[in-house]
Design a binder for this molecule. Structure first.
Ligand code: SAH
Ligand code: SF4
Ligand code: F3S
Length: 479
């Protein structure tokens, strides 16, 4: 018997947990429960892990109580993300007492950062596996079953899991993540990712295209191409010797079908090129939305962060995006209270926010991470209350910007793919427009309009986070 359990994913909330939906088998198949924390890349990795485990005969379960294997795919980006995992482990301690045969594994960035130290610190953990070592999971599980603690945290220069077909977890059947590269070669001084994910490497273009094609054939309507720095995607085709850069990859994915929407994340302001912008502009199905992390609006702080651009460079990039695509939405990541940040630096950040008119932002308090260049070189000298005050100000500025941006959409007709019921009411659907804005509208009784349909919505009002409207015409060309 198969049962399908569905829960929603919010791809943007880095450092927070996603639980998993899954097929539940009623026979005595061994079951795994996987909970993912952190960024979309981690979530996407959990789908690769699920595929590896299914290949070994394990079935996913959304119920931790009935799992033989419990995996936490962890994030180290801020201290809070690690604390959440530690807290979760104390909950599993109780479960393990009642089922001693159950194995607990820590996967992902925290596994990589702490390595076997995790086994000393967290006695109930049986398995520790870093992001490049998931192929060794089956042998590590066997090892752990025999009572030995199992660890593999080797980073690789080649691993992209290109040949593994991810098992879609928590999927709405409409949009899917597709990893196009792994690792990061930038050395932003605050960031733990280069240490937990290793060197940057791009995935074989043909495997990306076949994954996207297969998704489209299965009924998916949207793919999000994932990498820490997608603009530095680079792959040399071994048969033709022709290089493929990110703009070319985008063009090839967008050419699969005009009904397949394409998104991508994340762009680094230093690397996004005019060629990428022109490619976005040339294809209706490439969404007009760029996540362009700012981090700070002060050139002095940006230099300390080793972001390799200045505020002027960043603002020129924003201007260029708007010149080529006036309707393109832009969002940012912003860090409040980095080492030595003055009130003036903070005001510079707010100034760039206002000039860039971000549609959204993900905003964080600086959290010193052991082993990073900032931890080695600088003192984390901004008092907590100052950090919090600055963050609150940044959040309030962003709230205003988001509301202003949404107000400008009132009266416009936007194209949306229906993703499911709105959070508030099962009488309403929700979806996102090209600019990634959540749009909510009343359901209509028409057999041609269902989850996965493209619809046109006339925006009638808005909140700071949502456009509210009504469907104005039947989906004409796009069903
Ligand atoms: N590769 C992406 C982002 C990766 S991490 C990029 O280059 O932009 C996501 C976001 O977490 C970062 O953009 C940054 O804003 C935030 N972040 C990273 N390290 C942090 C730290 N030590 N403290 C607070 N926020 C951090
Ligand atoms: Fe971290 Fe910078 Fe790499 Fe992004 S680009 S993952 S912030 S080091
Ligand atoms: Fe976290 Fe690792 Fe992603 S540190 S944000 S899960 S790359």
């Amino acid at each position: 018997m198969l049962k399908l359990v569905n829960t929603a994913v919010d791809e943007s909330r880095q450092g927070e947990a996603y639980s998993v939906n899954a097929i539940v088998f009623s026979d005595n198949t061994k079951r795994f429960f996987i909970e993912s924390y952190g960024c979309a890349m981690n979530f996407s990795d959990s789908e690769i892990i699920a595929s590896i485990l299914q290949g070994e005969g394990y079935a996913p379960t959304p119920h931790e109580e009935e799992a033989d294997l419990i995996f936490l795919n962890t994030c180290s980006i801020r201290e809070k993300a690690e604390l959440t995992v530690r807290k979760r482990l104390t909950e599993f301690r109780k479960l393990k007492r009642s089922r001693p045969s159950m194995l607990i594994g820590i996967l992902g960035c925290m596994a990589e950062r702490l390595k076997s130290k995790l086994l000393e610190e967290e006695k109930l953990v049986d398995i520790v596996v870093g992001p490049d070592a998931y192929r060794s999971l089956p042998s590590l599980i066997t090892e752990a079953e025999s009572g030995t603690k199992a660890v593999n945290v080797l980073l690789s220069r080649e691993e992209t899991y290109a040949d593994i077909s991810p098992v879609r977890l928590n999927s709405n059947g409409i949009s899917a993540f597709v990893s196009i590269m792994r690792g990061c070669n930038n050395m932003c001084t605050f960031c733990v990712v280069p240490f937990t994910r290793g060197r940057e490497r791009s995935r074989d273009v043909s495997s990306i295209l076949s994954e996207c094609q297969a998704l489209f054939q299965q009924g998916f309507k949207e793919v999000t191409l994932l990498g820490q720095n997608v603009d530095s995607y680079y792959w040399v085709d071994p048969t033709t010797n022709h290089p493929v850069d990110f703009a070319m990859l985008l063009e090839r994915v967008a050419s699969i079908d005009p009904l397949l929407r394409v998104r991508f994340s994340t762009s680094h302001p230093k690397d996004i090129t005019d060629k990428v912008l022109y490619t976005m502009n040339a294809f209706d199905n490439i969404c007009k939305y760029i996540h362009l992390p700012l981090q700070s609006g002060s050139s002095r702080v940006l230099q300390l962060m080793n972001r390799t651009y200045t505020r002027e460079w960043y603002l020129a990039k924003v201007k260029r995006i708007k010149e080529i695509m006036p309707d393109c939405a832009i969002s940012a990541d912003i860090i409040a209270g980095f080492c030595t940040e003055t009130d003036q630096d903070h005001r510079d950040t707010i100034d760039v926010m206002q000039r860039s008119e971000y549609e959204f932002s993900y905003m964080f308090i600086y959290s010193e991470r052991p082993g990073t260049l900032a931890a080695k070189r600088y003192t984390d000298d901004i008092p907590d209350d100052v950090k919090k005050k600055r963050l609150a100000e940044i959040v309030s500025i962003q709230n205003n910007l988001s509301l202003e941006s949404n107000k400008k959409d009132i009266g416009k007709i936007v194209e949306v793919i229906i993703e499911g019921d709105s959070k508030r009411s099962n009488q309403q659907w929700m979806g996102r427009n090209s600019q990634n804005k959540v749009t909510v509208f009343d359901k209509v009784d028409d057999e041609n309009i269902h989850i996965g349909s493209y619809v046109h919505v006339l925006v009638k009002s808005c909140t700071q986070g949502t456009l509210l409207g009504t469907i104005v015409d039947l989906p004409l060309t796009k069903k």
